[in-house]
Design a protein around this ligand. Structure first.
Ligand code: MN
Ligand code: MN
Length: 385
């Protein structure tokens, strides 16, 4: 079989010999380009999809949690995720994470966080639906549901991080010598006599008093950077009749140095267009609606999966992908990228900024064929009517 280069060489020689480029011959060359399949095959095993609803649920009287780490979802090296619900007053106790920063999105209800920074500054803040928090790696924090209860998605910038392996204060205290506790806080160790032995994880509590708190009782609020960002109250990063993207990177939310997050809404019939992220892995939680994603990993490998509410998707750094709405309601997806600087390159923008003669060469057609091409990045778009 002749390679494309051989054919080009042959036509070039033919053109030289004949003195003229034979357009019929050039057309013939175009016609022998094999048609590309536009229907990637569905893989037997989903590489880029995990159903967190199938993950073990750690249930306690005041809340539950289920997680997706590399153990459940091997491809997700860059990001681990947790789906958590707290009953009113339910407290995810004081704890820290040794190997990951925490970025969260509030789905429903309201909760209050407390956080202490290494500088000794602190913040107490309330969160409602659409709000985001970020806790740098190792900072001490707690989460307590307000009177409505709370349901949120936690993400961590390390796929090996397990929520069930956090450093919880009860676990710590109940494994330390009494004398050391007394010396450490200048109080009798009996202050912890009623503390649950081992890790409490989620405990029951009263719903907390309204903010602001007294200055001398938790209300200092002197963190130089806030840990709260009200994502869905901001102007969208992108909006059209095909959908919208609300996005928060370290540019808008300076403390969030290692994570960028977004809520993408794709309208029925529309697609979050083909693109990739040069600097980050992408983790997705499908909130509502139904969608389809094909992940392209080079060497002719592309895998397509269908997603519905509570499903998780993952796209390794640099892999090409899209998210298409396959239903008749809005598709809403939480997207988390493990880099505080947001970057993407999309197919529409690449085509928009590439000269038509080159596109014609690359795709074996004519420069004029590209005259109606996009002028700019489309982000979320649908077929022209
Ligand atoms: Mn945490
Ligand atoms: Mn993406």
């Amino acid at each position: 079989m002749l390679s494309r280069r051989d054919i080009l060489k042959a036509s070039a020689l033919g053109a030289l010999a004949g003195g003229l480029i034979n357009t019929a011959e050039a057309d013939e060359y175009r016609n022998i380009v094999p048609p590309t399949s536009f229907e990637p095959e569905k893989g037997a095993k989903d590489l880029y999809k995990y159903q967190i609803s199938k993950s073990h649920k750690r249930s306690l009287p005041y809340g539950w949690a289920r997680e997706a780490t590399v153990t459940q979802f091997p491809i997700s090296e860059g990001v681990a995720g947790v789906d958590m619900t707290l009953e009113p007053g339910g407290l995810r106790e004081l704890h820290w994470h040794a190997i990951a920063a925490e970025w969260a999105f509030m789905l429903e209800g309201r909760a209050r966080i407390t956080i202490i920074d290494p500088e000794g500054t602190s913040e107490v803040a309330d969160f409602g639906p659409g709000d985001v928090w970020y806790f740098p790696k190792g900072y001490g924090h707690s989460i307590q549901a307000l009177e409505e209860g709370a349901h949120f998605i936690l993400t961590f910038d390390n796929g090996h991080f397990s929520e069930f392996g956090t450093f919880s204060i009860t676990d710590w205290i109940t494994h330390m010598p009494k004398e050391v506790l007394e010396k450490s806080i200048n109080m009798p160790a009996s202050i912890f006599s009623k503390t649950k032995q081992g890790e409490a994880y989620i405990v029951g509590g009263k719903t907390p008093p309204a903010l602001p708190l007294p200055k001398n009782d938790g209300g200092r609020d002197d963190s130089p950077l806030t840990h709260r960002y009200q994502l869905m109250k901001q102007k969208p990063f992108f909006e059209s009749d095909a959908g919208s993207v609300h996005l928060v990177s370290s540019k808008e939310f300076p403390i969030s140095k290692t994570i960028t997050g977004a809520i993408e809404i794709v309208k029925p019939g529309a697609v979050r267009e083909l693109h990739w992220h040069p600097n980050a892995n992408e983790w997705q939680y499908y909130i509502s609606g139904t969608g389809r994603m094909t992940v392209f990993s080079s060497h002719g490998h592309a895998q397509t999966s269908d997603f519905g509410p509570t499903d998780i998707g993952y796209v390794p750094q640099g892999f090409g992908h899209y998210i298409e709405n396959t239903g008749d309601e809005d598709l809403k997806v939480l997207v988390v990228l493990d880099n505080g600087i947001y970057q993407d390159i999309s197919l529409s923008d690449w085509i928009a900024k590439t000269p038509n003669y080159l596109l014609a060469d690359n795709f074996s057609n004519q420069a004029e064929d590209w005259k109606d091409k996009p002028k700019d990045k489309l982000v979320i778009s649908r077929k022209k009517k």
